[in-house]
Ligand binder design. Structure first.
Ligand SMILES: O=P(O)(O)OC[C@H]1O[C@](O)(COP(=O)(O)O)[C@@H](O)[C@@H]1O
Length: 409
């Protein structure tokens, strides 16, 4: 079944696609005395934060810090990245417009009463048939993959897309300036119970020096760039609110979907993860498969005997984006100590976001962003969180779980 057919059978949204305002409305303008980014997306000296943003919840921007606000005063994602905002460049603005549109469709899809007819997430052979001449219904992660692929194609800005759902990367447009890596719908194993899910993106520049290579090789090498080369990363959390959190290399910003307008509105400017949290997040049913160091660390912090003399609490949703989002806001450490999460699609983008918020991303020994991927679907232990918590955890040395029996749930 074609994506267009699936989507027409499952009306997914109340918003209408918006024509990209380009240049965007002047709802937000930078402080008079500085530009946010140079041509290479780096802050100018002396410009360390967008502290002028006073927006929290659904409040408006503190207009005293800005010039040219219109009557609404809200700063949308498109305002933020456009020429009146941080000005990430026209190509990236167009790409982000298409990404946010795809994610709004996924947000509506995962909340739709009709999504069960797409197939529940367990027990359906992906892409299989029903035995009749109908295609088998597709799990939501495959439909999400198709929604994003279709948006990336129509953006005209993507050379290569590598998705957790595909065996190999797809060449989309030879001249596209960007390479997009993504996990279209993480946490989908719990979706039948309406647990939060998320989409994760990483965006790299296309490596023009590889243009002469045969297609497959070019696509693969472009997708295997180290996380330190990320131009931007984002996740979208589909929960009680739909939140798009992004970094373009100078801070981490979150935008909340306003369903009445279809806009992502800036609600969490320049997020700073607390240097120390009091929450650990892990599937601790695996305790007896953990190495000694990890057991000791968890035993220590839950008793309040670590470097921070308070008893830690546990929170584990088992949905990476949701566990990460909470950790980013409240601090602490979110982890999966076994070789399960993917370096390219999950670990790198989330490490980029947490570092931009002042935290750390580690495999228990090394900084995630320093690891050169060798395989597209490479898996590794992942520890993300507050800098002091990650440092303390790493000091236990033996924290990577080597036993990985393949758990049933
Ligand atoms: O089973 P574990 O080790 O708790 O792993 C749970 C993790 O796996 C995920 O579900 C991702 O796994 P998949 O990519 O296989 O769906 C994360 O959302 C979650 O954090």
């Amino acid at each position: 079944m074609q994506l267009s057919t699936i989507l027409s059978q499952h009306p997914t949204s109340t918003f209408q696609p918006k024509t990209l305002r380009f240049p965007p409305k002047p709802a937000f303008s930078p402080p008079r005395n500085s530009r946010y980014f140079s041509g290479t997306n780096i802050f100018r000296p002396g410009m360390t934060s967008l502290s002028g943003f006073g927006l929290v919840g659904s409040q408006k921007i503190d207009s005293s810090s800005f010039v040219g606000n219109d009557s609404s005063g809200y700063c949308t994602l498109m305002d933020f990245v456009g020429k009146g905002g941080v000005d990430v460049g026209d190509d990236l603005v167009v790409l982000l417009h298409h990404i946010q549109y795809a994610c709004k469709r996924i947000a509506a899809l995962v909340a739709s009463p009709f999504n069960s007819s797409l197939g529940n997430q367990t027990g359906i052979a992906a892409g299989g048939t029903t035995g009749s001449d109908r295609d088998a219904p597709k799990p939501l992660d495959l439909v999400s993959n198709e929604i994003i692929l279709s948006s990336l194609r129509s953006s005209g800005k993507v050379a290569v897309m590598a998705s957790e759902e595909d065996d190999s990367p797809l060449l989309i447009n030879d001249d596209g300036p960007f390479v997009v890596v993504m996990d279209p719908l993480d946490g989908s194993r719990n979706i039948d119970a309406s647990i939060p899910t998320g989409t994760i993106f990483g965006i790299y520049n296309r490596l023009v020096e590889l243009d002469h290579l045969p297609g497959e090789e070019k696509a693969s090498l472009n997708s295997l760039q180290s996380g330190s080369r990320l131009v931007a990363a984002a996740y979208v959390l589909y929960s009680s609110a739909t939140i798009l959190c992004a970094s373009f290399g100078s801070g981490t910003y979150a935008f909340t979907l306003d369903h009445s307008t279809g806009d992502f509105v800036l609600t969490h400017p320049n997020i700073k993860i607390p240097p120390r949290g009091q929450i650990y997040s892990v599937n601790d049913a695996r305790y007896f498969d953990w190495p000694e160091g990890l057991r000791q660390y968890i035993d220590t912090v839950r008793q309040g005997k670590g470097k921070y003399p308070k008893k830690y609490s546990a929170r584990y949703i088992c949905s990476l984006v949701a566990d990460f989002h909470r950790t980013l806001l409240y601090g602490g450490v979110a982890m999966n100590p076994r070789d399960h999460l993917r370096l390219v699609y999950e670990a790198n983008p989330l490490s980029f976001l947490v570092e931009q918020a002042g935290g750390k991303g580690s495999d228990g020994k090394r900084r995630i962003l320093s690891i050169q991927p060798t395989k597209l679907h490479q898996r590794l232990p992942l520890f993300l969180g507050s800098s002091e918590d990650i440092e303390e955890l790493e000091s236990y040395r033996n924290v990577q779980q080597k036993v990985n029996p393949g758990y049933e749930v």
